[in-house]
Design a binder for this molecule. Structure first.
Ligand code: GLC
Length: 640
């Protein structure tokens, strides 16, 4: 970009006419890239379609509200706001949290009290009445489903959030629509133009050829990747559920129509757009049709266009794929640095669950070393639980290097978490288990998976304490790791599994609902009155968040160093700030105390007269005979 012109714009008084300069400046910067990407995806003879895209962009910019254009300019001036230590997220279902959007707005104080300034609201757009994959089957990308409220309610919420310097993330379900979306309805009625918005086939030969290589996302409830639609007398590609039709991005009209939806979403005041299931955007016969180069090009094209029209909005990649693939969604090779600013750290998530079950950190270390560094301008969303299952996205090669059998190891993890081992404290559920292959995934709330449900049932005080310690330790890691920590609503008060879904049609087949509970306001009310495991979890997390926000060392400047300790139960990493301040994060994944040689702390500069300073307890502590003893599941943040 013409930096001088941009600086002038940022420091100018930004009169209305100046705001339009923003568009020209951004277009000048991105035009070549947009053009190259467009023609690389759609082929050289698509001049008409490209001209249509160029005509669309200024129209989309005109529709962007003036206050958001001002915010865009402000954000361009302040750098990567999403890497700040101030970022602290929570993910929630609006209806399960407090009824609807208005109800949510009434609770903004709850987030402020806890230190949360970034909200991911699960889908709130119109969806089919029956099964709808928790709203991930979209009838209309810009219409709010009545049960959540209206566009006005959303506008009021975003306005208040902006006033409180809070950020909003909403989903863009970019890979598929529901079978009730207007496009799908037109396709069903025989309109071939809209049939081309999807992958539709009159005969089985193409679907059969695809099926040879396509894996199944929901093998139990939605086997196969194509669904026959009698009205249309055609098969349509449905990689997820039968009612989620995959969009055909080989058709440039689909890209254009979805770009309009994306910009409208951003114009509603959304700061971060969550690109749902983006690894699936391109399909190619003979491949698994995930992570294909064309999918990356489409994402980059969306981003380059969005940067012209709404440059203050950023993208999050929901790519729950192999560790080495995730990093590519920041943009590598031809799309270098031009895809998403943020990505879910799904690898860290599954590795942490692996370490809890094995009580060892070896695979965590091996994998963290193996994953290439992320680009400096990018960041992670670090999380423990979300609304989805825990997939075992572990690298078989690394499991093998540890001398473990990958298949056997995966089976152990499923056994440990899904109540197939008596001694395991976890109370999780199997998700999409395939008895033939033994493959499966895990669901359950963080607290239930970490033993709180079982310990409360058996009233075992030691186990309650251990479970609370585990919950705090895992959160302490995501708070300190580098990136935006995202707490799943309810986890801050140790919410247990919710089994009510088993009685609900449209939900009972999908055990992910066990971890989509109602926010328990009675528990929250009682927090101040009496000591309880919930109160300990809540108050400790609140304190950890406050410490994070006070210390810029927690901001993400790619300032992460992993330290080896020689103790297989310990995780030790360091964060160093630009001003040379640092923090050393130390955790014990074992249920026995572990020791760390003081000489390592001394070498790293954290010992002074055999004493070290711990930030969470704000205490100075002495070594014991030259060793630091770390209690079971203890979390320490040491400061020099
Ligand atoms: C994403 C969502 C998941 C949904 C899927 C299909 O992975 O997180 O809940 O089922 O996309 O939209």
């Amino acid at each position: 970009m013409n930096q001088a012109a941009l600086h002038k714009l940022i420091s100018s008084r930004k009169k209305k006419k100046d705001l339009n300069d923003l568009f020209e400046l951004r277009l000048a910067t991105n035009l070549t890239l947009i053009k190259d990407l467009f023609f690389s995806i759609y082929g050289k003879n698509r001049n008409t379609e490209f001209a249509a895209l160029l005509q669309k962009l200024p129209k989309l910019f005109d529709k962007r509200p003036e206050y958001l254009k001002r915010q865009d300019i402000h954000r361009l001036g302040i750098g990567n706001w999403y890497q700040s230590e101030q970022m602290m997220g929570m993910q929630l279902y609006v209806d399960h949290f407090n009824k609807d959007l208005k109800g949510l707005q009434d609770k903004l104080g709850y987030f402020e009290d806890l230190g949360i300034n970034f909200l991911h609201l699960m889908p709130i757009t119109e969806r089919p009445k029956g099964e709808n994959d928790g709203g991930y089957a979209v009838n209309n990308y810009t219409a709010i489903a009545k049960k959540y409220g209206s566009k006005k309610d959303l506008a009021s919420l975003t306005q208040q959030m902006r006033a409180k310097k809070m950020y909003l993330m909403l989903d863009f379900v970019v890979n598929h629509t529901s079978d009730e979306h207007a496009w799908a309805k037109k396709a069903k009625s025989g309109n071939t133009r809209y049939q081309d918005y999807y992958y539709t086939y009159a005969e089985r030969d193409v679907p059969d050829a695809f099926e040879k290589n396509l894996p199944e996302v929901f093998p139990e409830t939605s086997p196969g990747n194509f669904t026959y639609i009698p009205e249309m007398e055609k098969w349509v590609m449905t990689v997820f559920n039968t009612y989620q039709w995959d969009l055909n991005y080989t058709n440039p009209e689909v890209f254009m129509a979805m770009l309009v939806n994306l910009v409208e979403l951003s114009n509603m005041g959304v700061d971060v757009v969550r690109f749902d299931a983006l690894a699936f955007l391109w399909k190619k016969m003979g491949t698994v049709s995930q992570n294909l180069p064309e999918a990356h090009a489409i994402i980059a094209l969306f981003r380059m266009c969005l940067q012209v029209v709404a440059p203050g909005t950023i993208l999050l990649a929901e790519a729950i794929v192999a560790p080495k693939e995730i990093i590519n969604y920041f943009g590598t090779g031809p799309t270098k640095g031009n895809e998403c600013e943020v990505a879910y750290n799904a690898s860290l998530m599954s590795l942490l669950w692996n370490s809890i079950a094995t009580k060892k950190t070896a695979l965590l270390y091996k994998s963290l070393i193996d994953i290439p560094n992320k680009p400096n301008d990018a960041t992670w969303i670090n999380y423990i639980r979300c609304h989805d299952d825990i997939g075992l996205g572990l690298d078989d090669r690394l499991i093998q290097e540890l001398g473990w059998n990958p298949k056997g190891h995966r089976k152990f993890l499923l056994d440990y978490y899904c109540q197939r081992l008596d001694w395991s404290p976890a109370k999780g559920m199997l998700f999409m288990h395939n008895p033939k292959t033994g493959d499966g995934r895990i669901t359950g709330s963080a607290a239930s998976l970490l033993g709180l449900e079982k310990a409360l049932l058996t009233k075992n005080k030691t186990e309650i304490d251990q479970s609370v310690a585990k919950i705090i330790m895992l959160h302490g890691i995501i708070l300190a790791f580098g990136g935006i920590p995202l707490i799943y609503a309810g986890d801050e008060i140790g919410t247990l599994n919710d089994y009510s879904f088993l009685n609900e049609d449209g939900k009972k087949e999908d055990s992910r609902w066990v971890n989509r509970p109602k926010q328990d306001w009675d528990v929250i009310k009682a927090l101040k009155k009496k000591k309880s495991p919930q109160q300990r979890i809540h108050d400790t997390l609140k304190m950890l968040i406050a410490i994070r926000k006070k210390n810029p060392v927690f901001a993400d400047h790619s300032n992460f160093t992993l330290h080896h300790t020689g103790n297989q139960h310990i995780l030790l990493f360091e964060r160093t700030s630009k001003s040379k301040k640092s923090v050393l994060v130390l955790c014990n994944f074992d249920d026995n105390p572990q020791v760390l040689d003081g000489s390592l702390l001394s070498k790293l500069g954290y010992l002074k007269n055999q004493e070290f300073h711990e930030m969470i307890t704000a205490t100075n502590n002495k070594l014991n005979s030259g060793f630091l003893e770390v209690k079971p599941y203890q979390l320490l943040w040491l400061q020099k």
